[in-house]
Design a binder for this molecule. Structure first.
Ligand SMILES: Nc1nc2c(ncn2[C@@H]2O[C@H](COP(=O)(O)OP(=O)(O)OP(=O)(O)O)[C@@H](O)[C@H]2O)c(=O)[nH]1
Length: 533
């Protein structure tokens, strides 16, 4: 697509890469901050990176990026030297960073106009079998990755000198039996941050010894060479650069001084906190703040921590919410009794900040993983029916100023795919479509598996006409995809309805009706609600 650009447009695009690269720098620095404690030095690095982004955005006329970078600077200006941001500042910085990260395009966005194209680092493919390498590269392109084939060890070494890739897909036997491993070893050398490598094998699955050797040479996974889908899926997770939403911790403690001290420790580590000094007001605070975890004192006036934990657990939505006691209580029996009453762990004051932070990080990460499992469909990793509708409700509540389109997608003649090729191939097609949708849309567009071979998508900031264009592009590209290593062509149909204030069920019914029309009119097409019915 970029080949058709005029020289002036190409020049503009070239400069816009700099802005995007600087956006990446800012996001990367931000992502690294919570892993360590905020310090004056790190704040300075972050601020300098944002200032540079403002300059680049100004110079290369990227107004949206300039606005967001200035917002970051104005929040940073309120943080006194030597201090870390408080919860409100962290929330504000994070919102802006998320907005920045969303400036990445849908694959279907107009890449020739004023928009910026994020420059992707290449993924090097080094497979002995050239045909397999070409198939893998072709499939990767459909999924929006930037594959680069390396045909010999020499080509590979030269490419590495020119540019470091985002990741490498490497045949264990590239350039000779077992030589792939040697190549990986020399490639990692004395690197501080190893290059991510996905190994592939043909015919014989690797032994435990080989697996260990790959692990020690930067290998993150080993896949059968033709299992392109798993390789792409792994790369997608690996290269996802969206910033992590900060952990939200509710501190319940009647002592203001103690609560403020704890909040400071957590804020310094990039966690957002809210303090509740009165335990009797906790239920209101909970529904407003929606924390990832509660850190609770044991003895408070009005009610004690154990009673409060029990009351919280009585509410269905908080059954999985981790509760950790932070108390001066040293009696082991009483600690155990407290844990039996709805608490998940017990930390004794005064607690070492490192211990506190590690405990919280582990608990919240696990709770989020669990929440993900509950919210997502196991075959595709997409939101399940209930959570997709929850996301639609949220979108309607929080995005009232932008158009929202709801899209139903249904694979055409899927029964025939199952009947002719078997159920496992049918499953593979479903997984391919889900991965393809994820890759083609913005991270901010929720996608769900609505039923067996039916998907639903919430397109934010897209009118029905725009949604039609987006889905049509995806539909045409998907038809080119190869499933199961053979040319099994699969198409899908779509029904689109734009939200105009109607209820969720009315909106879903409208797009369902449009989908029905698309099927009736011959399939492999996108229909808008109200058109051609
Ligand atoms: N492999 C596989 N098949 C599934 C899954 N869920 C549903 N199906 C199958 O999907 C098929 C859906 O068939 P139909 O509803 O008749 O529709 P269709 O063949 O897709 O035809 P049209 O929608 O009219 O184009 C059924 O055969 C289901 O058994 C699944 O998770 N995996």
């Amino acid at each position: 697509m970029t080949d058709n650009l005029t020289p002036a447009a190409r020049l503009k695009q070239h400069f816009s890469f700099r802005v995007i690269n600087q956006v990446r720098q800012v996001i990367d620095l931000w992502r690294q901050l919570p892993a360590q404690q905020w310090s004056a030095e790190r704040m300075m690095d972050f601020t300098l990176a944002v200032e540079k982004l403002v300059r680049f955005a100004q110079r290369f006329e990227a107004a949206r990026h300039e606005k967001l970078a200035r917002q970051l600077l104005s929040t940073l200006a309120h943080i006194a030297v030597g201090h870390s941001p408080d919860s409100a500042q962290l929330e504000s910085l994070n919102q802006t960073i998320i907005a920045l990260s969303k400036t990445a395009l849908r694959h279907t966005d107009d890449k020739t106009a004023d928009t910026l194209i994020p420059e992707k680092k290449p993924v090097y493919i080094a497979l002995s079998n050239t045909d397999h390498a070409l198939t893998m590269a072709e499939q990767m392109q459909y999924f929006g990755l930037r594959p680069e084939l390396q045909r010999t060890a020499h080509d590979f070494a030269q490419a590495l000198e020119r540019r470091h890739p985002a990741a490498v897909v490497l045949d264990l036997d590239f350039a000779g039996t077992g030589l792939g491993l040697e190549l990986a070893q020399s490639l990692q050398g004395s690197r501080e941050n190893p290059l991510p490598v996905l190994f592939t094998y043909r015919d014989t699955p690797p032994s435990l010894e080989q697996r260990l050797a790959t692990l020690r040479n930067g290998g993150l996974g080993i896949y059968e060479e033709m299992d392109v889908q798993s390789v792409i899926s792994h790369l997608e997770n690996l290269l996802d650069s969206s910033p992590e939403v900060p952990f939200k911790i509710l501190i319940i403690d009647d002592s203001r001084a103690q609560a403020t001290h704890t909040a400071n420790v957590l804020n310094k580590a990039g966690m957002v906190t809210q303090v509740a000094n009165d335990p009797l007001l906790v239920l209101d605070v909970l529904s407003g703040f929606t924390p990832d975890l509660i850190l609770m004192d044991m003895y408070m006036p009005g009610c004690n921590g154990m009673e409060l934990a029990k009351v919280i657990r009585q509410q269905r939505e908080y059954i999985n919410l981790p509760i950790i006691y932070l108390s001066g209580e040293e009696d082991r029996e009483r600690q155990l009794a407290a844990m039996a009453e709805g608490g998940d762990d017990f930390l004794t004051k005064p607690v070492d900040p490192g211990h506190l932070l590690t405990t919280l990080r582990n608990r919240v990460s696990r709770a989020r993983q669990l929440q993900n499992l509950i919210a997502c469909d196991s075959l595709t990793g997409l939101l399940n029916h209930t959570h997709l509708l929850g996301a639609l409700q949220d979108a309607m509540r929080t995005n009232s100023d932008v158009p929202i389109s709801f899209v139903m997608v249904d694979i055409d003649h899927f029964k025939q795919v199952n009947d002719r090729h078997g159920h496992p191939v049918g499953d593979l097609v479903i997984r391919n479509l889900s991965l393809f949708l994820r890759q083609s849309l913005r991270k901010s567009d929720p996608i769900g598996r609505y039923g067996g071979e039916e998907f639903a998508i919430i397109l934010l900031d897209a009118t029905a006409q725009q949604a039609r264009q987006i889905m049509d592009d995806i539909r045409l590209n998907f038809a080119n995809l190869i499933h199961d290593g053979q040319s099994l062509k699969v198409t899908f149909s779509c029904g689109v309805a734009e939200w105009s204030g109607q209820s969720i069920s009315e909106l879903v019914a409208a797009s369902d009706q449009a989908l029905y029309c698309a099927k009736r009119n011959g399939r492999n097409q996108v229909q808008l609600a109200g058109e051609g019915e």
